[in-house]
Design a protein around this ligand. Structure first.
Ligand SMILES: [Zn+2]
Ligand SMILES: [Zn+2]
Length: 271
């Protein structure tokens, strides 16, 4: 990582890239991504504490209050547990589908307002045109997002369930992607999880494996500047194994990042 001055050029210098992504945390222990465009910044998911999000963003010289809103992929606690806190503490707008909001409302504390989006329709926050992609994951109304700005398209695609119809076609339109690489099937089958949980993870409503991630990138990632492997399991995967599996499948050309369950990763630039 560079110094503060390296990462934050003075205002006279041109801003690098169209969008910049900082992963504050990614994994089944909590998810929160920060996306900065030319004029707009948002969070995607609020699955870590507000304090942790603020601290980790501070490491990159950013203020969490610069994010105008948080968009929620789904109701699971690893994506939504701090949605109320980021509004009360940092004044952030919450964007969620009606079913997602209804599911989380009893457990996120008092919220003044929220914005509803439909998972079948695009919506806009500042410069970002945001297209939800409905997923078969076992949530109330789960989705991923394609976020477009100044002609560039970033996909946020985790908690996918399975490689569902249309997923590859969506990836083929992207300039960059955060893609789920949740588990290694060997580690999962040998690991300590009870049978029902192993079944849930591999089911079409669970998560996708390292090899499925790599195959999606190989078969559909022709436009990608980079891919960031995300939502890794702590028990059933390692960062090295996730990277190695995708690397063997996609070959040497595509830059691969691996998002961390423990520390912030970034900033990753979309040119
Ligand atoms: Zn999750
Ligand atoms: Zn989930």
């Amino acid at each position: 990582m560079g110094s503060y001055a390296d990462l934050h050029p003075s205002p006279e210098m041109p801003i690098v890239g169209m969008m910049r992504l900082i992963s504050l945390q990614s994994g089944s222990n909590g998810n929160c991504l920060y996306l900065e465009g030319r004029e707009t910044s948002i969070l995607i998911d609020a699955g870590i504490s507000g304090k942790q999000a603020q601290l980790r963003l501070g490491e990159f010289g950013r203020d969490i209050r610069d994010a105008s809103g948080v968009i929620l992929t789904h109701d699971h606690a690893d994506h939504s547990r701090s949605a109320g806190i980021v509004q009360r503490k940092f004044g952030m707008d919450i964007w969620a589908s009606p079913a997602t909001f209804e599911t989380i409302a009893p457990r996120i504390g008092k919220v003044e307002t929220h914005h509803a989006f439909r998972t079948t329709r695009s919506f806009r926050i500042g410069e970002f045109e945001i297209e939800p992609i409905a997923t078969p994951h076992d949530a109330a109304d789960g989705c991923g997002f394609i976020i477009a700005s100044h002609g560039k398209r970033l996909g946020i695609l985790t908690d996918l369930g399975t490689c569902f119809d249309g997923l590859g076609d969506a990836i083929a339109t992207l300039d960059a992607v955060v893609l789920e690489s949740n588990y290694d099937p060997g580690m999962l089958s040998r690991g300590p999880y009870p049978y029902y949980l192993k079944q849930r993870i591999t089911s079409p409503a669970g998560h996708i494996s390292n090899a499925e991630c790599g195959e999606l990138l190989r078969d559909h990632g022709r436009k990608l500047q980079w891919a960031a492997l995300g939502h890794l399991s702590g028990q059933n995967n390692t960062p090295d194994l996730a990277r190695k599996t995708s690397r063997e499948i996609v070959g040497d050309d595509l830059p691969l990042h691996v998002l961390s369950r423990d520390v912030a990763v970034g900033e990753i630039v979309i040119e």
